[in-house]
Design a protein around this ligand. Structure first.
Ligand code: NAP
Ligand code: F7E
Length: 357
């Protein structure tokens, strides 16, 4: 069913809505605008903010088909709405900020796939760097009271010469157009904080995953690949560099850190990580092994999955945000297990028939 939303001067998105079920509505505490609302983090952050009594608005890109599966379950909530906009069109973003008058802006929207950033570098910088720059410029000139969060990334460390684990003082040495775009946005955010006194903050988040993770990222590729092999719809899984090491957490934990960063008296920068590094090979071994498969029989190393530059090793030191009380609740195996169970179930099979924990 298509629900045509009441028009209020700005183009509302027309989203499929489920049959109405009653929502417990708390008094509205604050209004938030989230870019990237239909992404992995945007969907979990929306849930968290709604639970905390926020009025949540999302900036949604128009797609040629519905791209809202991660947020469809929120559409019946009267405190949740989306509006069409695009980070590469600053007039659309300014119009939305004027319309919704947020207390807090969470800039999660991005061209977030590192490998693709080598193919579309200009677009990557326009979205990931010029996008937040235009928001900050709008805030400086029109609404300096609005708090701003920039989704920064451990990719800014790249091939750093600092000793791991990396913290807020480690050297930044990005290895991709994506990493460069996020580092420029990080510095611009810092400039607007220091130069103009805006509450403009960055979270330097290490890799975080979930059943809502995009299908091109390596963890989801592995868990979907295993589920398809179990179902018999696929016989192999093509991967690239298995030697790379990542520090994986769960998106649900990380959006709590994002919210916490925005609730501080003073804007600052924080690394968010588990501190627990593992290679892609270990993730592959775990996901195949736990369903009783030998990964060497299925995984094919394919040149096309390698990148021109690689980020070989990422391990974060989140001591600074630990001091604010944030701690991850998932370790890497618990994240992968949840994803694997989800993907097996999505394929119409019972995970308990395969997973031996
Ligand atoms: P994601 O699932 O890929 O979501 C990205 C979101 O950005 C999507 O909603 C996408 O919309 C939107 N977007 C892309 N281009 C846009 C544009 N031009 N205008 C407006 N929106 C646009 O990413 P995620 O994992 O939730 O990550 C959220 C943010 O954190 C991103 O900025 C990412 O770079 C950053 N980050 C992620 C991680 C991680 O491990 N997940 C770690 C560090 C930092 P469409 O659906 O229309 O494409
Ligand atoms: O790659 C290797 C690949 O694409 C992880 C984004 O959320 O986290 C993410 O970026 C590693 C890399 O994530 C395949 O070479 C091997 O070393 O899952 P990924 P990423 O590049 O670390 C950061 C923090 C972000 O900010 C980004 O937005 O896995 N790898 N074989 C592979 N990767 C992929 N995607 N596909 C493979 O077949």
């Amino acid at each position: 069913m298509i629900f045509v939303h009441k028009q209020r001067g700005v183009a509302f998105c027309q989203l499929p809505r489920r049959a109405y079920t009653s929502y417990k509505i708390s008094p509205i505490t604050k209004t938030a605008l989230i870019t990237g609302i239909n992404g992995q983090d945007g969907s979990y952050l929306s849930e968290l903010l709604l639970e905390n009594g926020y009025r949540v608005w999302g900036l949604l890109r128009r797609g040629s088909y519905f791209n809202t599966s991660r947020i469809d379950h929120l559409n019946e909530n009267p405190n949740f709405d989306t509006l069409y906009g695009d980070l590469t069109d600053p007039t659309s973003v300014a119009g939305i900020i004027q319309r919704v008058k947020p207390d807090e802006i969470y800039n999660l929207g991005a061209m977030s796939y590192v490998k693709a950033s080598f193919d579309i570098p200009k677009y990557t910088l326009e979205t990931n760097t010029i996008g937040p720059l235009c928001i900050l410029e709008y805030l400086r000139t029109h609404a300096p009271h609005i708090k701003f969060y920039q989704a920064s990334s451990s990719e800014i460390f790249g091939a750093t010469r600092s000793k791991p684990p990396f913290n807020e003082h480690s050297e930044f040495r990005p290895q991709s157009p994506y990493g460069v775009s996020k580092l420029a946005a990080f510095h611009i955010t810092r400039n607007y904080r220091e130069g103009y006194g805006l509450f403009a903050t960055s979270g330097i988040l290490f890799n975080h995953e979930s059943p809502r993770r995009g299908e091109t990222f390596v963890t989801r590729k592995i868990t979907r690949g295993v589920a398809q092999i179990l179902k018999g719809t696929s016989q192999e899984l093509g991967l690239g560099n298995l030697d790379a090491v990542r520090d994986w957490g769960h998106s649900k934990d990380y959006v709590k850190a994002i919210h916490l960063i925005m609730q501080q008296e003073k804007a600052d920068e924080f690394v968010v990580a588990t501190g627990n590094p593992h290679s892609i090979r270990e993730a592959v071994e775990f996901c195949f092994g736990i369903v009783g498969l030998n990964w060497k029989q299925y995984v094919k190393i394919q040149e096309k999955h390698f990148r021109p530059n690689e980020v070989p090793y990422l391990q974060g030191d989140a001591s600074k945000i630990h001091a604010l009380g944030w701690k991850p609740t998932y370790d890497w195996k618990a994240v992968l297990l949840e994803m694997l169970e989800h993907d097996i179930r999505t394929n119409g099979q019972d995970p308990s028939k395969y997973i031996t924990t």
